[in-house]
Design a protein around this ligand. Structure first.
Ligand code: SAH
Length: 482
């Protein structure tokens, strides 16, 4: 049968894709990818874009809902696109993420299913899968009627859907945004217009220290001057409980980058403080900091447990950011070397070490693959790379240094699978791994994996994994964005 654009079909959703989309098959095997459909739904869909064997289709109507279907808490969940799984019960979300990690290890890493089952611990779930983000960024603009709005960009566009209360963020976001909107209306302060590059307020960044309740507000502005009636804005914001820092970040560039490069504090301190475990962190508007500190702590405790440090070990923490994991490990190690490519993050890491009275860490700016070869030999290596995983040279250096244990913290189980394959072909075995749901309602899942050095001498053959299938998936994901 031929399937073309605008065709209306009815289909049962039987599977779920890596991006959370429902997957249904027509009788002749033709596959439909349906965003917002849940496994178990029977749905009516309209084909948007058709290829030879599959099509992307729009969910028109749920004819018979899945037992796992729930009503999204957020009224704009579908339009916003920030959350992909709000229509799915939390237990179904956890099952999806477990399966995603497992499938990637089997299909891309070439590991045996029975073996993965034997080493994989149950996913670590959130106690409350909403309101977990400590950071939010809201764009400002004007709607068709000329009204000032702030909210979220409608999935992959630059039109703003008004929303001051994201269900993933803290309740204080709304209080802050209401104050700013009121101030802008009252004193005729214009929002930024991307087309004309005029207007003053582009974005607002809000951060809350979950352990301290301290609040930070940073307005990203299209001017180097003070804002009109700036004192009135500051006065109103300062009345909020635990308001600790208000600042302006100047960004006059025509760019999608949200923050400017500098920050000017206009109330309180430059930073707010938060704690993960016993370690305190000073966070500025430009600092990288984990957005779910509660789950981050659980994840780092797992990494620490896997590292099983006695106090005598030399540890490398590659891709260390502001030293979050390094400082956590340093309390149980003899020496920790942290390596990170962003200079400002290393400045923060050094300052965080001083603030916490930790003196057995050394932080080095540079690419992990360039710096690692010159570091003293480690007993344990921890890596926490970005989505693209570890650089090949970095993996080679790890293998050559023969650490007893490797703890791999990953935010993308596809590249994790690729890297684990190489490590396991070169003298390591997976001892244990666990997925962490740090980002409920979204498709993202973190994984922490422990690898141990094999005792018996294994042939050191480097088998390159077959990446064709992986790139096929990456290409499919990319073409989704067309
Ligand atoms: N472990 C940290 C940060 C993890 S995010 C934490 O938990 O907070 C990954 C980090 O890797 C980012 O800070 C990014 O800047 C850094 N990075 C990216 N490429 C890198 C490279 N080639 N070498 C070292 N660091 C890199």
């Amino acid at each position: 049968m031929n399937y073309s654009k605008n065709d209306i079909l009815e289909v049962n959703i039987t599977d779920i894709g890596n991006e959370g989309e429902g997957i249904g098959k027509c009788e002749d095997g033709f596959t439909l990818f349906v965003k917002d459909a849940v496994i178990g739904d029977r749905v009516r869909v309209k084909i948007m874009k058709s290829k030879k064997n599959y099509a992307y289709a729009h969910l028109e109507e749920v004819l018979s809902p899945s037992a796992d279907r729930v009503i999204p808490r957020c009224p704009i969940a579908r339009a916003c696109g920030g959350c992909q799984l709000q229509s799915m019960s939390y237990s179904a979300q956890l099952a999806f993420k477990t399966k995603k990690v497992k499938n990637n290890l089997i299909r891309l890493g070439g590991f045996d299913e029975g073996f993965i089952d034997s080493v994989m611990q149950p996913i670590c779930a959130m106690e409350e899968p909403y309101r977990y983000r400590d950071k939010a960024q809201f764009p400002f603009g004007t709607d068709r009627d000329g009204k000032i709005v702030c909210g979220f960009y409608a999935g992959r566009t630059h039109s703003i859907i008004p929303c001051t209360d994201c269900e993933l963020g803290v309740t204080q976001n709304k209080e802050v945004l209401d104050i700013i909107l009121d101030y802008m209306n009252r004193y005729h302060v214009s929002p930024y217009n991307e087309e004309t590059a005029t207007g003053l307020i582009r974005h607002v960044l809000i951060r809350k220290g979950f352990a301290t309740d301290e609040l930070m507000v940073c307005l990203v502005v299209n001017t180097t001057e003070d804002l009109p009636a700036q004192d009135k804005l500051v006065e109103a914001l300062a009345k909020l409980d635990k308001m600790t820092s208000v600042s302006l970040s100047v960004n006059t560039e025509q760019t999608n980058v949200i923050m400017g490069t500098t920050v000017k504090t206009i109330y309180g301190s430059e930073t707010i403080t938060d704690r993960i475990g016993d370690v305190t962190f000073a966070i500025s508007p430009l600092s990288f900091y984990q957005v779910n500190p509660v789950m981050t702590e659980k994840m780092y405790r797992q990494a620490l447990e896997y590292a099983s440090l006695t106090g005598n070990e030399v540890v490398w923490d590659l891709y260390c950011g502001i030293g979050t994991i390094s400082l956590f490990l340093a309390q149980k190690a003899s020496k920790v070397y942290g390596v990170e490519i962003v200079p400002q993050a290393i400045e923060d890491a050094k300052q965080n070490a001083v603030n916490n009275g930790i003196s057995n860490t050394e932080f080095i700016v540079g690419a992990a693959e360039d710096i690692a070869p010159s570091l003293p030999r480690p007993d344990v290596i921890v890596v926490d790379p970005p989505r693209k995983g570890c650089d090949e040279r970095c993996i080679s250096t790890i293998i050559e240094n023969e650490p007893k244990r490797i703890v791999y913290v990953s935010c993308d189980s596809a590249t994790l699978a690729r890297d684990l394959r190489i490590l396991c072909d070169n003298g390591y075995e997976i001892t244990s791994l666990r997925a962490f749901d740090n980002f409920s309602q979204t498709v993202h899942v973190e994984t922490v994996c422990l690898l141990s050095k094999l005792h018996e001498a294994k042939h050191h053959v480097s088998v390159k994994p077959d990446m064709d299938e992986y790139y096929e998936i990456v290409d499919k994901e990319a073409s989704d964005g067309e």
